[in-house]
Design a protein around this ligand. Structure first.
Ligand SMILES: Cc1cc2nc3c(=O)[nH]c(=O)nc-3n(C[C@H](O)[C@H](O)[C@H](O)COP(=O)(O)OP(=O)(O)OC[C@H]3O[C@@H](n4cnc5c(N)ncnc54)[C@H](O)[C@@H]3O)c2cc1C
Length: 493
């Protein structure tokens, strides 16, 4: 029987353990901080739980535009934020103040953070129980490689495996001039221990994490300043999608400081001061450092046994999750391949299928879908605008704004779009970008099309619900398939 020892119990580690156990291997998972990993305990799950609250706050803020009048908010009541701050540009909301915290509804921070912590803990426990049911041995300890087949823990035990999987994840990047203190200068892992919604949160970094928290905290009533070193927020994303988000941010009252690099962050009394490299300063009650992550590969004994690391400290792996040492595999954020829970899990599964002699295809990143949980969300899959614009991929593209979608109009949604890329000639769907509320749910049909090589013709002939936001996906397909009799039905109907 093959013995597998896995270092790290996040999605890279626990999903691998489940696969290996189902194939009859003897499996041990060693984890220092809790099963489920940073994904479940501090990063992905907590942030999306927090965002469930902020999303509800946004919906409440927009409710007056749909004719909902709270009791006690009479004519002449001054909203804390102007209506326009909640992104309502049309006549829908004319003269109707938005529901804005703290007047009519407010967030109870302690309850919100406790809910986040409890949900994360419960999910971690669920995964641990599942591992136990599958007869996976779970060891709560920190481990390090002491040979290509052996891991030693800080509790003095040694675990020997025919196969080792390294899945130790990553930690928030720390800047020497902006050391987090957990009280005022924070990483995203400190947020859920706060007692309050920051009065004025200065978010340093406008990548996915910075944008998600800026969006969420603004919706929960915080003043937010977003410090971005680049031309625009979300520099790595579809430029049209990033423009929509930046526009919404600005309309909702987030101060976006583009081309502004933070040089240092210091505490001043009950607040923080962020010094920019051009000499300007920004003050706030709290600073959130969202400047990326570093792999947790230091001190693991990896290079001592011959495992090669990249310049940033990531474990070098191939598409079968193999490292440079036979029998040692790696998965997840420690490899720097693509920092997503879904990718970590797939890398871990591939490692086990490969190690245990199953037929397995190498990891394919071209069909990974991902989502940014701002409000609205941005979901993407496959070919990107940059790939098309640089000529890396020949593609036709069309963008259908949601403002043309009848369901969106009924729901008062004005921001967002559906963009589809297809191969010229054959019309095979190559990729898509959706900016919409719950874009994460809408992208699946595009992902299916990309994964299975469906054509825009096939999508165009698929019934979508009328009226529905997904009607814009079939509409985009019809636009890319010219001469269609029904083109425009969803927008005109
Ligand atoms: C704020 C935020 C939000 C995110 N949201 C999403 C999202 O919405 N969707 C998505 O797909 N991804 C999201 N991600 C990314 C996702 O969290 C990661 O890609 C995922 O956690 C990677 O899984 P992993 O198994 O590689 O590592 P982790 O989840 O980090 O797990 C690694 C585990 O290894 C343990 N470990 C480390 N060193 C040792 C050691 N020496 N001994 C024993 N154990 C050790 C750690 O304690 C940890 O439990 C988000 C990330 C952040 C920062």
């Amino acid at each position: 029987m093959t013995r597998i020892v896995i270092l790290g119990g996040g999605p890279g580690g626990y999903e691998a353990a489940l696969v290996a156990a189902s194939l009859g291997a003897t499996v041990t998972v060693i984890d220092s901080d809790g099963i489920g990993g940073a994904c479940v305990l501090t990063d992905c799950v907590p942030s999306k739980t927090l965002i469930a609250t902020s999303e509800t706050m946004t919906n409440l803020a927009l409710a007056p535009g749909l004719g909902i009048r709270p009791h006690g908010l009479g004519a002449g009541t001054e909203p804390v934020l102007p209506a326009v701050a909640w992104g309502m540009r049309s006549g829908l909301d004319a003269g109707v103040p938005p529901l804005t915290p703290p007047e009519v509804v407010s967030v109870d921070p302690e309850q919100v953070y406790e809910r986040v912590r409890e949900l994360a803990k419960a999910q971690s426990l669920d995964i641990e129980r599942r591992l136990e049911r599958e007869k996976v041995e779970v060891v709560h300890a920190a481990g390090r490689l002491v040979g290509p087949h052996a891991i030693e823990t800080n509790t003095g035990e040694t675990f020997v495996g025919d196969v080792i999987l390294i899945a130790t994840g990553a930690s928030p990047r720390d800047l020497p001039t902006a050391r987090p203190d957990g009280e005022r200068i924070l990483t995203w892992r400190h947020l859920y221990d706060l007692k309050e919604i920051p009065e004025h949160l200065v978010v340093v970094g406008s990548g996915v994490t910075g944008a998600e928290f800026a969006s969420a905290y603004r919706a929960m009533g915080a003043e937010v300043t977003l410090v971005s070193s680049r031309e625009r927020v979300l520099p790595g994303e579809d430029p049209d999608a990033a423009r929509v988000i930046e526009d919404v941010f600005v309309r909702r009252g987030i101060e976006v400081l583009n081309r502004s690099r933070a040089a240092s962050v210091r505490r001043i009394g009950d607040g923080v001061i962020v010094e920019l490299t051009d000499g300007r300063t920004v003050t706030g009650s709290h600073a959130l450092m969202a400047v990326g992550s570093v792999p947790r590969t230091k001190g693991l004994g990896l290079t001592d046994v011959g495992v090669r690391l990249g310049p940033g400290g990531h474990v070098n792996v191939d598409r079968m999750s193999r490292t440079s040492v036979p029998g040692v595999y790696a998965a997840g954020d420690c490899t720097g391949v693509l920092p997503l829970a879904s990718v970590a899990a797939m890398q871990g599964r591939i490692a086990m299928w490969h190690a245990l002699g199953e037929a397995v295809s190498p990891l394919r990143l071209g069909t990974v879908s991902s989502n940014i949980f701002t409000e609205p969300e941005i979901a993407t899959v496959g070919v990107t605008q940059v790939m098309k614009d640089t000529g890396a991929v020949a593609a036709e593209v069309t963008t259908v704004p949601l403002s043309r979608n009848p369901r969106a109009k009924m729901m008062g949604i004005e921001d967002g779009f559906v963009k589809l890329f297809c191969r010229p000639g054959s019309g095979s769907v190559l990729g898509g970008v959706i900016v919409a509320p719950r874009a994460s749910e809408l992208i699946l049909s595009v992902s299916l099309a990309v994964e299975h090589g469906l054509t825009v013709d096939q999508i165009a002939h698929t019934f979508s619900i009328y009226p529905s936001l997904s009607g814009s996906i079939t509409e985009a397909a019809r636009v890319l398939r010219p001469r269609d009799f029904f083109a425009g039905f969803d927008s005109a109907g």
